[in-house]
Design a protein around this ligand. Structure first.
Ligand code: PEP
Ligand code: MG
Length: 753
């Protein structure tokens, strides 16, 4: 016999209705849960129905039962992983057994009086993908539970999860882990250094269903159908390019979502939920919770990624159902932004000031989002395992991005220890401030120009605080990425004027637009590309769209009236591209003159060496360009054939290796008297910066946070002597250069940390 299946959907609905009656009764938590197990037991014709809830130590405590001995309630606790109940929680999956005592994990508890019960069905009670308890039915005689009974019990567990989380608000369940309350420490990878503390702000907050139970399954199914229809057509519109905003989501990911949205078994699970009496939202929530839970326990990376995609799809569907378009709300003060991944434009939208740190479950250290975080001076940690299922909105978090650690809900001891680290950090910053006005010279008197990488006007305030001698890289595309529409000539001119004003006579090197790749402007049409980093971006787009380029160059020429104008072109792959780009600038200069404008007092044009092809033609380009700047972020990704945006390969190869350093040395030597700077992220790391100085580079441009540490390093370095050592090391056989350089620094008291 299959009790619930006697008209399965009808049976579940009756039960859900009874549960709702219990929920509205005026009673305490224990009484409510006692009544609930009694109802479930009766409807499912089970001899036993029990609820186990998870305690902070991971054990599962028998909280309510119908059928087991009452004396066992609150006494029986299964340790994490113990017995069949522990197994359900561990595997995050239902377990159905006709002959439970035979199972190797069966654990007999005499106080419960359960030995006469042969069959066992247990399902996890999931909230936001976390197991908060286990719901069990047992029967005296051996019987096999049908699939629809298992599904019915899962459905009840979904409602039960909601009931216990509402009860939790009363404080009655404070000893249990309904919401994560225990402190946790997560270790990831540092994308941008620094310390911060604040409250979790979820980038993609969960849409929580407001209603769980429905009276009208047909109406709910219609709502579900409409939601699915909107979801699919929304994805199709994005894929067709009718809607020109992909945010941080790539085309490939959308394609996967689209494919998954056609998945019949996903749809069937959703339909079963509403047929059985859940609202459309609650049914999606049930499926989402299962996806999350499986994701947390999945060992296989591919499976994890697919489950993450499914979860994202569930989220999108919930948004459609709840009419929440997912618009960004203003971040509260002291927010720690928590996301699976984030695009640079999305990050810029949050603006600066309120976001104190960023934590990502995925992401990549040399992605543009990481660069934006550094530009904003915001610490960022990526690759934090299962971050999203461990954090709830509003949780207190302390971020130590110097050690790549995030402390969730820290206790008093941890907070106190970390706050003393905060004090140490500010003491170190005072130390850097004290070196700000000292000459930037090595021990043997070589002058090294330290410059700032900027992209937002606010970064330029750092010129004064760091003592940088100018801006070596001004990423003009950031303005385009935050705007809702193409910035007009006036807006561009105003921004560049402000930048030059703030620089107060120090040189500012404006890099022309480097859009494309992972830097998308929402309003500009994007075409699907297999390899966007090597695609239609930077100067390639600039040359193909001369209107856009000339507009920007005109704004630069205007802003620099009567002052020095330095313009640099990104991702130039061959000398001719530079000539063509420079022609556009010359035309704008001529246009300004023809229109009676004063024009800049002096113009210098430079090129970024980011494509290996140009690196091998350095001597040639150096004849034409006034200056060169090596973008090591891009150059190294092409040199090692390792995508800077893919976490698994982004820093698999080391710039402090013989091939990379020899390559950079070739560029430096081939440039002759033409100044060459380094402006990739590496320039801001003391050990790497030391190597660059050893190769002969005298101009380093970096994020503001790097200037203090790099200056401290170079002021303790004997440049000549180190250059000789490095030259020898580059000729030695198998030597780990990074270690050799660290050893050199240690032996010669060069401060590289
Ligand atoms: C680089 O590639 O090193 C660089 C500085 O440019 P971006 O990081 O903006 O691509
Ligand atoms: Mg680049």
């Amino acid at each position: 016999m299959s009790p619930v299946s006697s008209g399965t959907a009808g049976g579940s609905r009756v039960l859900l209705r009874r549960l709702r009656d219990v929920m509205v009764q005026d009673a305490d938590t224990q009484t409510r849960l006692d009544r609930i197990v009694a109802q479930i037991g009766t409807t499912m014709v089970a001899d036993v129905c029990s609820i186990y809830l998870r305690r902070a130590d991971g054990s599962l405590e028998l909280f309510a039962t119908e059928g087991l001995s009452r004396d066992a309630v609150h006494r029986t606790r299964m340790k994490a992983g113990e017995g069949l109940v522990g197994l359900v929680a561990e595997g995050v999956e239902p377990i159905s057994l006709a002959d439970a005592p035979k199972h190797r994990r069966f654990s007999y508890r005499p106080e419960t009086g359960e030995d006469p019960f042969q069959s066992f069905l247990g399902v996890p009670v999931l909230r936001s993908g976390r197991v908060v308890g286990v719901l069990v039915v047992q029967n005296r005689y051996a019987r096999t539970y049908e699939d629809d009974e298992i599904e019915a019990l899962q459905l009840i567990a979904t409602v039960l999860a909601e009931i216990v989380s509402v009860e939790d608000l009363t404080g009655a369940l404070s000893e249990f882990q309904i919401k994560p309350t225990a402190p946790e420490t997560l270790k990831g990878r540092t994308y941008a250094p620094g310390l911060a503390s604040g409250q979790a702000l979820l980038h993609d907050p969960d849409v929580e269903p407001t209603r769980y139970l429905s009276d009208d399954p047909i109406a709910e199914e219609t709502r579900l159908n409409e939601g699915l229809e909107k979801l699919r057509s929304g994805l199709e519109a994005l894929l067709a390019g009718d809607v020109q905003t992909l945010g941080g989501t790539s085309y490939e990911v959308l394609e996967t979502f689209h494919l998954l949205s056609q998945d019949r078994s996903w749809e069937r699970r959703l339909r079963d939920g509403v047929k059985n009496g859940l609202t459309a939202e609650a049914s999606v929530e049930q499926v989402r919770s299962e996806h999350r839970a499986r994701m947390t326990s999945a060992k296989d990376g591919y499976l994890r990624d697919r489950l993450a995609d499914l979860e994202e799809l569930d989220n999108r569907l919930l948004r459609y159902l709840s009419g929440d378009a997912g618009e960004r709300k203003d971040a509260p003060e002291d927010s720690i932004l928590v996301a699976r991944d984030i695009g640079p434009a999305e990050l810029l939208e949050y603006g600066r000031g309120r976001i104190k740190a960023i934590l990502l479950e995925d992401g990549s250290p040399s992605s543009h989002a990481a660069i934006v975080a550094k530009a904003m001076g915001v610490p960022m940690i990526g690759q934090l395992p299962n971050l999203l299922s461990r954090v709830e909105a509003g949780d207190t978090i302390i971020v130590d991005a110097n050690e790549a650690q995030a402390y969730l809900r820290p206790d008093r001891m941890v907070s106190a220890a970390l706050h003393s680290r905060f004090e140490a950090q500010s003491a170190e910053q005072q130390l850097f401030a004290a070196t700000r006005d000292l000459p930037s010279q090595t021990l043997d008197g070589q002058t090294i120009h330290l410059l700032l990488n900027a992209g937002l006007t606010i970064d330029l305030e750092q010129l004064a605080t760091t003592g940088a001698s100018g801006v070596g890289l001004y990423r003009t595309e950031f303005q385009f990425m935050i705007a809702d529409s193409l910035p007009r000539l006036d807006a561009q001119t105003a921004l560049y004027t402000e930048a030059l004003d703030l620089a107060d006579g120090r040189p500012v090197t404006f890099r022309t637009l480097d859009l494309g790749g992972d830097k998308v402007a929402a309003y500009m049409p994007t075409e699907r590309e297999e390899n966007p980093a090597m695609g239609w971006r930077a100067v390639r787009m600039g040359l193909d769209r001369p209107g856009l380029s000339r507009y920007q160059l005109r704004a630069l020429v205007r802003a620099a009236e009567g002052r020095l104008l330095r313009v640099m072109f990104p991702l130039v792959a061959e000398v001719d591209e530079f000539h063509r780009a420079k022609d556009l600038l010359d035309k704008e200069l001529a246009w300004a003159r023809a229109n009676g404008r004063a024009g800049p007092s002096k113009v210098q044009t430079g090129v970024m060496i980011e494509a290996p092809s140009l690196a091998w033609d350095t001597a040639h380009i150096a004849q034409y360009a006034d200056f060169l700047s090596i973008g090591t972020n891009d150059l190294m990704q092409f040199f090692f054939a390792a995508d800077r945006g893919t976490a698994k390969v982004a820093d698999r190869y080391d710039i402090l290796s013989r091939p990379a350093l020899t390559f950079l040395k070739h560029i430096r030597d081939a440039a002759g008297d033409t100044p060459v700077s380094i402006c990739g992220e590496h320039a801001g790391r003391p050990l790497e910066a030391m190597a660059m100085i050893g190769l002969g580079f005298r101009r380093l441009s970096m994020p503001a946070g790097g200037i203090g540490p790099v200056k401290r390093m170079l002021m303790s370095l004997n440049g000549e002597e180190f250059a000789r050592t490095l030259a020898c090391l580059l000729h030695e056989g198998d030597v780990n250069l990074r270690n050799a350089l660290k050893n050199y620094a240690k032996a010669h008291k060069v401060i590289v940390n």
